[in-house]
Design a protein around this ligand. Structure first.
Ligand code: TC6
Length: 730
């Protein structure tokens, strides 16, 4: 039985049982229905309590069963909504005891109960929108009736999860307890036996609409369209709430169902659900020697140090402090220390305010303290050190050599680099097995991704410790192998290069950005480069002798070692145009550090002159071709990364892109996207591009892509097993 019953006095306690998160699979729903019917008919039962086994109410409908469900038959035959309806119509009071989580269908079930008691640490939310769906078991009709349209709109369209104290304040749950929610619920159930239930049935509540409800809903759609470009589910959620506003409950439920079915099994829903499971699968790393969570012993980090308080160091220090870790922040001179400490303090103040607003009156754990110092010796007691100075190998090596002698034995040494060789850095230390790359993304206190770069000697202890830390920091850690630029930036390079080549060939930054933003990227390549800072790539190209003083005399302006090269970004930097930080880059900004990108006539004029000076003929490129020209080389590099064994599977690449590079989640990630368009299409276009541009090596189709197409393009989940990775280093 997936729903168990036991009787306490006159109260029937029904326990949902489906480990690990008590997902409401079709089997659980059938079982719940049977038990509910049974206890409603049993004259000895006067009240009912619903709870979940192992301190978790329910993680919602069972996502794993979605791909096996035929929406035309299975959903209509039996739905969670029927279970909810039986609970709500029951003449005996039904109390939900919410512990752990009540998410998606789990919360929808709780909303159908007459009362809700939550444990103080429980979390609730209607998260379906993040899976490309809408709350299709009455959630879009009940929540607005319970907490009002504006608050329900916010929760349903963003999938926000709120802690129990906030849920009480919003009116989602009736009360919270620090003790057992089940005991409390039994107590309440006994107390309310015989009391009228009609006012407790949310379906009977009139909906309280603000006077401007139409414009509220319309404005929400515009805002969501901008925030989640191209994603359907957020828009459809608003329509379901509109139905709640305009229709009686029963008709609203019918409309909700119709809208739910329009999303169920859509490509976007498949992509979002794939992204969900991909994140879970990459969390289960293993090494070639077979080490994994089970065999490794992750260490708890209580004190961590950050070296360098530039933008990255600041964000990392804040991120650690937010996770209640004590931080020692080190800088090299007074001026940098003061600048860095002011910035960290300001961010922490903003974060504290946000936390207080979000958690309202609930007493929450405070942040870890941050100590600022110039004294390297202060690092001697740190459990883990993250070096975050700028990208200069000599400087990093000097720091790691010092760390070897200062840090306690067993302290973990991490380098925040976006592409330098981890093994070279580790080689100067006394403990290469305790050295690893931690590639954070800016702003590090907000961005979810942490690329964990395993060096040749990195032990399973350091991998597991840092993967554990990524969870503690509320980040998504992905273990990758050590190679120039690692995974994320390795794929980014051809994408950015292709975008810049388009400018040489006659397009503008605005045109290219628009195409990629319409595709769903939060920002096109030029707006993103301006945000990240054009000088970072410029410095690295100087280091590699592609531009600047190390460039060999006589090198052709638009070629490096026979390959096509565009000096446009270098010239911009030479002009002091570093992006937002200097108030101008590919766009102009209202101030230094401004965020609003505006078309810059200087850039247009400069591009015009450049094309004239180099006698470049303008090419006519359609919007579709701009997209393929930029994305397919990125995908191709993804296949090369797999071929080289740098990432363990396509899921790893997709998780990196969804969480660190603004890839639209409803498109699953670049590798999933390739599988959806069809690998033959990607291959044919790459072959065509490469034939016309033999001086761009990133257009040359990867062997793995060719092999997969030859094998009939198996589904993505079979790529690993079909081909194996003879070179896999992970
Ligand atoms: C029909 C009407 C409309 C309703 C629609 C819905 O309800 S849609 C659903 C709306 N619900 C949501 O959006 C909630 C989605 N879930 C979550 O947000 C989190 O999993 C969590 C907060 C519940 C637990 O976090 P945590 O860090 O403690 O743990 P973790 O994340 O590592 O997961 C542990 C294991 O459980 C698995 N699994 C989890 N949920 C489901 C599921 N619903 N189903 C199946 N499996 C699920 C997960 O894959 C993993 O399996 P593995 O890899 O061990 O084989």
């Amino acid at each position: 039985m997936a729903a168990l019953k036991h009787i306490v006095g006159s109260v029937a306690v029904i326990t949902i049982r489906n480990p690990p998160v008590n997902a409401l699979s079709p089997q659980v729903q059938v079982s719940l229905m049977e038990v509910l019917k049974d206890v409603t008919l049993d004259p000895s039962v006067k009240a009912i309590v619903l709870c979940g086994e192992n301190g978790k109410f329910s993680g919602g409908a069972d996502i794993r069963t979605f791909s096996k469900t035929d929406p035309k038959t299975d959903i209509k035959r039996m739905s969670l909504d029927d279970v909810n309806s039986v609970a709500e119509r029951s003449r005996k009071p039904v109390v939900a005891a919410v512990e752990g989580v009540a998410l998606g269908g789990g919360l929808e079930l709780a909303l159908a109960c007459h009362y809700r008691i939550a444990h103080v640490k429980a979390r609730v939310g209607l998260t379906e929108v993040l899976l490309g769906l809408l709350p299709g078991a009455g959630g879009t009709q009940r929540l607005p009736r319970l907490i009002g349209v504006p608050a329900a709109l916010d929760m349903i369209t963003t999938g926000k999860i709120v802690p129990a104290p906030v849920a009480v304040k919003l009116g989602i749950v009736d009360s919270v307890t620090e003790g057992s929610a089940v005991e409390e619920a039994i107590h309440l159930a006994q107390k309310v036996v015989g009391q009228p239930l009609e006012s407790r049935r949310i379906c009977s509540k009139p909906i309280q609409c603000p006077p401007n409800v139409d414009s509220l809903l319309n404005d929400a759609k515009v805002k969501l369209k901008k925030q989640f470009r191209g994603a359907e589910s957020h828009q459809v959620c608003v329509e379901a709430i509109r139905a709640a506003v305009q229709l009686p409950f029963a008709e609203g439920i019918v409309k909700e169902r119709e809208l739910f079915l329009s999303l169920f099994n859509s490509d976007q829903a498949k992509a979002c659900q794939y992204a969900f499971f991909a994140e879970r699968s990459v969390a289960k790393w293993t090494t070639p020697s077979g080490a994994n969570w089970k065999s490794a012993s992750p260490q708890t980090i209580r004190t961590a140090a950050v070296i360098g308080l530039g933008t990255m160091g600041q964000g990392i220090a804040v991120s650690l402090a937010k996770a209640q870790i004590q931080v020692i922040a080190v800088e090299q001179d007074e001026q940098q220390l003061e600048k860095g400490s002011k910035a960290v303090t300001a961010i922490l103040e903003r974060e504290t305010l946000k936390k207080q607003q979000f958690e309202l009156a609930h007493k929450s754990d405070s942040f870890g303290s941050v100590t600022f110092t110039l004294d390297f010796n202060a690092l001697k007691n740190a459990d883990l050190v993250i070096e975050a100075v700028y990208e200069n190998m000599a400087l990093k090596k000097e720091i790691f050599q010092r760390l070897s002698s200062i840090c306690k034995p067993g302290a973990f040494l991490c380098t925040n680099t976006s592409g330098l060789d981890i093994d070279e850095i580790a080689s100067v230390t006394d403990r290469p097995h305790l050295v690893i790359g931690t590639h954070f993304f800016s702003p590090a206190h907000l961005m979810k991704l942490l690329e964990v770069v395993r060096g040749y000697h990195s032990s399973s202890t350091i991998i597991s410790t840092v993967m554990n830390l990524s969870k503690v920091l509320n980040k998504v850690g992905v273990v990758v192998d050590n190679c120039p630029l690692f995974v994320g930036n390795r794929l980014l390079l051809p994408y950015i290069n292709q975008a810049v080549f388009l400018l040489e060939d006659g397009r503008t930054p605005e045109e290219v950005d628009q195409v990629l933003e319409e595709f769903g990227y939060a920002m096109g390549p030029f707006r993103m480069s301006d945000l990240a800072g054009l000088d970072i790539g410029w410095r690295s190209r100087m280091e590699f002798g592609l531009t600047g003083p190390k460039l060999l005399p006589g090198a052709p302006v638009r070629q490096r070692e026979g390959k096509r090269y565009s000096p446009l970004p270098d010239i911009l930097c030479e002009e002091g145009r570093f992006g937002q930080k200097s108030g101008k880059g590919w766009y102009q900004y209202e101030t230094v550090g401004g965020r609003n990108a505006a078309r810059d006539p200087w850039v247009h004029n400069f591009l015009h002159e450049y094309r004239r000076a180099h006698a470049i003929k303008q090419k006519n490129v359609s919007q579709g071709e701009i997209l393929e020209w930029c994305l397919y080389p990125l995908i191709n590099e993804g296949f090369k990364v797999l071929e080289d064994g740098i990432a363990s599977g396509p899921e790893d690449i997709d998780v990196i892109y969804n969480n660190g590079y603004g890839w639209p989640r409803h498109k699953g990630g670049p590798m999933f996207y390739a599988s959806m368009i069809g690998l033959p299409r990607v291959l044919v276009k790459l072959e065509e591009f490469y034939k016309n541009n033999p001086d761009i090596p990133s257009l040359k189709p990867s062997n793995l892509l060719k092999a997969l197409v030859k094998q009939g393009s198996p589904p993505l989940k079979e790529w690993r097993s079909q081909l194996g990775y003879p070179n896999s280093r992970l």
